[in-house]
Design a protein around this ligand. Structure first.
Ligand code: PLP
Length: 420
């Protein structure tokens, strides 16, 4: 099919993100090639796979990873519901009211207090099973985890003796591994190793020691241990511009595409968008792109960002609206309505990266992808061809569905199989 034809037949006509699953797979392979031989990978797919879609990403990397990491129990359950069978660790705090569900589903919790261990132990005993836990150690985030002290090590003895508790792992999280100066990171690692030693001295072996995040996977072989937790790198971004990119070749998986909704010519003195923050000083041609901050596109790129049209840069004019933005196509003489527009990704020799958006808008690249909203459908590709898609256009609300006979029934509500 000609490129033009593919564009004409695209399933979404306003805006969509493509996620290249080959890139995701290549990224995990590249990381594995760099890691020490006995270091496995945990794929961190929290926040719906950093906005890319947790399930398709999890499936794409399945042959290469030992475990998955999520932020919440719900995210872990969602992976299982979609057929993921490898272990899942909830990296955040799981509320005690969720222990039963967690234990039944054999999901791994992060544990760092006596109460947590006791509650999980009691739940496991009641259900006639065991729960594999990962101890969280606080070495510098002051976020979750026990302190690396002798008292904590004694507490771990007590935990390890609780019925139904299996200590599977011990992890901590780096606060500054993405900085060029690795001093603070090595100090965190020393605290971690000191605690491992305290546990060894007490006869408590830790099967899975894991400490690395994406930054350390790229920069620090010293931190490999038994498993490394890959988040942002899975999606093809580096943790920061201070890590050694040459060490591991990553390529971004996501592109964000839209089209020109309409165009107009304006004269000098004509304001563009809210507040008249931009006023033309010469005759201009303006294209309206149907994407805005309501889609999660950062509003702080108003007057700063750019999009690509026919391989050329079109600067954003004035304020980004909720659902639309205007760009300058004065210099792109052949631009037409319904032309493809690239907001993130490549067009010809030009590329707009998420990092560029973060830099221009004073934002953070992790946040930009996480925030791409429900109004942006995701299209998954392999070998450049669509292999799946996900959108929220016919979303489901418990207790708000139309009752039969009241008119305006929506069949999709009844068909929804997600809520068994
Ligand atoms: C989010 C997270 C990661 C992944 O971090 P990246 O910088 O995206 O690789 C690893 N470990 C923990 C505990 C996390 O919360």
């Amino acid at each position: 099919m000609e490129e033009e034809e593919v564009w004409e037949q695209r399933p979404y006509t306003r805006v969509y993100a493509t996620v290249d699953l080959d890139a995701v797979e290549d990224n995990v392979k590249a990381m594995k090639a760099g890691l020490s031989e006995n270091t496995s990978v945990m794929a961190v797919v929290k926040a719906d796979g950093y906005g890319h879609g947790a399930v398709p990403v999890a499936k794409a990397v399945e042959p290469y990873v030992a475990m998955y990491g999520t932020a919440t129990l719900e995210e872990a359950l969602d992976l299982q519901r979609h057929g993921i069978t490898k272990p899942v660790l909830v990296l955040g705090v799981t509320h005690k009211r969720q222990y039963e569900q967690l234990v039944r589903q054999q999901i791994r919790p992060a544990v760092f207090s006596r109460e947590q261990a006791k509650g999980l132990s009691e739940t496991a005993v009641r259900l006639g099973t065991a729960v594999y836990v990962h101890l969280a150690l606080d070495t510098g985030m002051s976020r979750i985890g026990m302190s690396p002290t002798e008292e904590s090590a004694d507490l771990v003895i007590a935990m390890s003796q609780m019925p139904g508790i299996c200590l599977e792992g011990l992890f901590t999280h780096f606060a500054r591994a993405d900085e060029r100066d690795k001093g603070p990171t090595f100090r965190q690692m020393d605290q971690y190793l000191g605690f491992v030693k305290m546990l060894e001295d007490r006869g408590i072996p830790i099967p899975v020691r894991h400490i690395s995040n994406s930054a350390a996977i790229v920069d620090m072989r010293e931190a490999d241990f038994d498993m490394a937790r890959a988040g942002i790198s899975l999606y093809g971004m580096y943790a920061s511009d201070q890590v050694e990119r040459e060490n591991v070749a990553l390529r971004p998986a996501m592109e964000l595409k839209s089209c020109i909704a309409c165009m107009r010519d304006i004269g000098p003195g004509t304001p563009v968008s809210y507040g008249g923050a931009f006023v033309a000083d010469k005759p201009m041609r303006v294209a309206t792109i149907p994407v805005g901050y309501g889609d999660g596109y950062p509003r702080n790129l108003s007057g700063k960002g750019r999009v690509l049209i026919r391989g050329k840069s079109a600067p954003i004019l004035g304020r980004i609206c909720m659902d639309q933005m205007m760009v300058d196509v004065t210099g792109i003489l052949n631009a037409r309505e319904d032309d493809p527009v690239t907001l993130i990704g490549r067009d010809g020799s030009q590329e707009i990266t998420v990092e560029e958006l973060a830099r221009l808008g004073g934002g953070f690249h992790y946040e930009i992808v996480c925030n791409l909203g429900k109004r942006i459908p995701r299209i998954y590709t392999r070998g450049g061809k669509a292999v799946g898609k996900k959108d929220h256009f016919s979303d489901w609300y418990e207790d708000f569905c139309h009752k039969p006979g009241t008119g305006g029934e929506k069949k999709e509500y009844n068909d929804h199989s997600r809520h068994e």
